[in-house]
Design a protein around this ligand. Structure first.
Ligand code: SIN
Ligand code: CO
Length: 392
């Protein structure tokens, strides 16, 4: 699997990205007819059903009977397809861009949005009548009709979440908009807009390019993790609450306002520590949805020397998340699949410009210890896989 740098496919029609971002992104739905003229990149129905049966696939099967939906989590047994004849069904597979790297072209077409906001590409295939019910998502999503037709209804008041449903279905649905999407049409929905799609044809396929936004609790726990790691061997140096010079307590059972204020200042100092903050945020937003397989044991520098010497190279895992954040004095932070490290900016540029680290790149950076350490770490996390000569 390769990361793939495909030709971008226009997605929002003739609309300028600036206009889209100002008027629609996170704000208002947008329907674009004939958004995608060339559907060659889209999977076939058989591809999706085959991938849904893979052990590593994040797949779900949703069966609809009237207003009721039943969900089965994958991987699904191939025999399951023969039992579905009389049913309204939808099969949903997440992270399809990892299974079919050519789909990365869809994300690249939305390059006016930063990659760190991207979540994954989900593909659904339905029989006529199939759908997952009226629900809300926390994500921005570009719903592309890749085959057949699907009737979408959206908007209106958002009812409370139905209890015990993994499908985020809501009570009551009073949509204000409706459209039948045909192959090539696109519907963008911001988070929180209640919506429902019902397939009108057997084999109706929707390809959803989803964007995620980190929540406060994930960010705070990432900060707690990096703070714990930072001071685990330095408890003497760890910033700690202090109250030298305090006045006598008026109520010994109370936590007084001044103490609360001082505790808050202590915690704010962690947010103001740019290096700590960046490590937390970079680690959190680069967590992959479909993680690469980490190595069982560390790789050594001379093993990589030998690999490149034999004509091999390192290839980026298609589901990897790599971002950079510029620092001071030609340094930058490289975030990769939940880890972040400071390295020379030129090294970051070289890494991000290709899906491969080859012998020439290795030779260039072999004498820079921070770059070598990051390459070793990226092989260990599985962000890069080893490719021997002749495997391409
Ligand atoms: C679907 O593709 O069938 C459902 C996608 C969604 O509503 O989020
Ligand atoms: Co949805």
């Amino acid at each position: 699997m390769t990361h793939g740098k495909e030709n971008p496919i226009p997605m929002i029609g003739s609309m300028q990205p600036g206009v889209f971002l100002r008027e629609h992104w996170q704000r208002a739905p947008l329907l674009v007819r004939g958004a995608i003229g060339d559907l060659a990149v889209m999977p076939g129905v058989a591809d999706v059903l085959e991938i849904a049966c893979e052990d590593a696939a994040d797949a779900r099967l949703v069966l609809r009977q009237g207003e009721e939906h039943q969900m089965e989590s994958g991987p699904l047994a191939p025999a399951r397809w023969n039992q579905l004849d009389e049913t309204c069904w939808t099969i949903l597979v997440q992270s399809m861009e990892v299974w079919m790297p050519q789909l990365q072209a869809l994300r690249q077409s939305l390059g006016f949005l930063p990659f760190w906001r991207f979540d994954d590409i989900m593909v659904s295939v339905s029989s006529a009548g199939g759908g997952v019910g009226a629900h809300v998502d926390q994500y921005d999503v570009f719903l592309i009709q890749a085959a057949g037709r699907r009737r979408w209804r959206w908007g209106g008041p958002v009812g409370s979440l139905r209890p015990n449903t993994a499908l985020r279905q809501v009570e009551g649905f009073y949509p204000t908009e409706e459209a039948v999407l045909e192959a090539g049409d696109l519907l963008y929905l911001p988070p929180g807009v209640v919506h429902e799609g019902t397939a009108l044809d057997d084999g109706a396929m929707t390809v959803s390019v989803g964007f995620r936004a980190p929540g406060l609790s994930d960010l705070m726990s990432a900060l707690a993790d990096v703070a714990a790691e930072r001071w685990q061997d330095d408890s003497e140096g760890e910033p700690r609450f202090g109250d030298a010079g305090r006045t006598p307590a008026t109520d010994s059972n109370a936590i007084e306002a001044e103490d609360l204020a001082a505790l808050k200042e202590l915690m704010k100092a962690a947010l103001d520590d740019d290096a700590l903050f960046l490590r937390a945020v970079g680690g959190q937003v680069s967590l992959p949805r479909f993680a690469p397989e980490p190595l069982d044991q560390p790789v050594a520098t001379d093993e990589l020397d030998a690999l490149f010497g034999r004509g091999g190279w390192l290839e980026r895992w298609a589901g990897s998340r790599l971002f950079q954040c510029a620092g001071e004095e030609n340094r930058a932070t490289l975030c990769f699949d939940g880890v972040s490290a400071e390295v020379p900016s030129a090294f970051v540029t070289a890494v991000l410009s290709s899906d491969r680290i080859d012998a020439a790149a290795w030779r260039t950076w072999r004498s820079e210890p921070s770059a070598v350490a990051v390459v070793l770490a990226m092989v260990e996390t599985g962000t890069y896989g080893v490719v021997e000569t002749g495997e391409d």
